[in-house]
Design a binder for this molecule. Structure first.
Ligand SMILES: [Zn+2]
Length: 79
C-alpha cells in the first residue's frame, strides 16, 4: 500500500515551487559496524501548501509552496 502510493506521484507533488526542494532523503547510519543492518531510510517530506501567491508583476496564481518558504516570506500570499 504505502510504497507504490508514495512513488506514484506524492513525491512529485510535494515539491515547493519556490525553493524547488521537494523531498530530502538520507540514511541514518550507526557508527558501530555491527549495527549497519539497522540503517534506516529516512524521508523528509516537505510540508507543501497550495496557496495563491502574488508574483512580482502583480499576477496572482496558485502555487505549491512549502511552509518554510511561506514562513520566511519568500512569497507574497494573496488573500
Ligand atoms: Zn520552499
Amino acid at each position: 500500500m504505502g510504497d507504490s502510493y508514495v512513488n506514484g506521484g506524492l513525491l512529485i507533488m510535494a515539491r515547493c515551487e519556490v525553493c524547488d526542494k521537494g523531498i530530502q532523503t538520507g540514511h541514518r547510519i550507526s557508527i558501530t559496524r555491527s549495527q549497519v543492518s539497522r540503517r534506516a531510510n529516512r524521508v523528509w517530506r516537505s510540508n507543501i501548501k497550495k496557496v495563491q501567491i502574488v508574483e512580482k508583476n502583480g499576477a496572482v496564481r496558485p502555487a505549491k509552496v512549502c511552509t518554510r518558504c511561506l514562513r520566511s516570506n519568500k512569497v507574497t500570499r494573496s488573500v
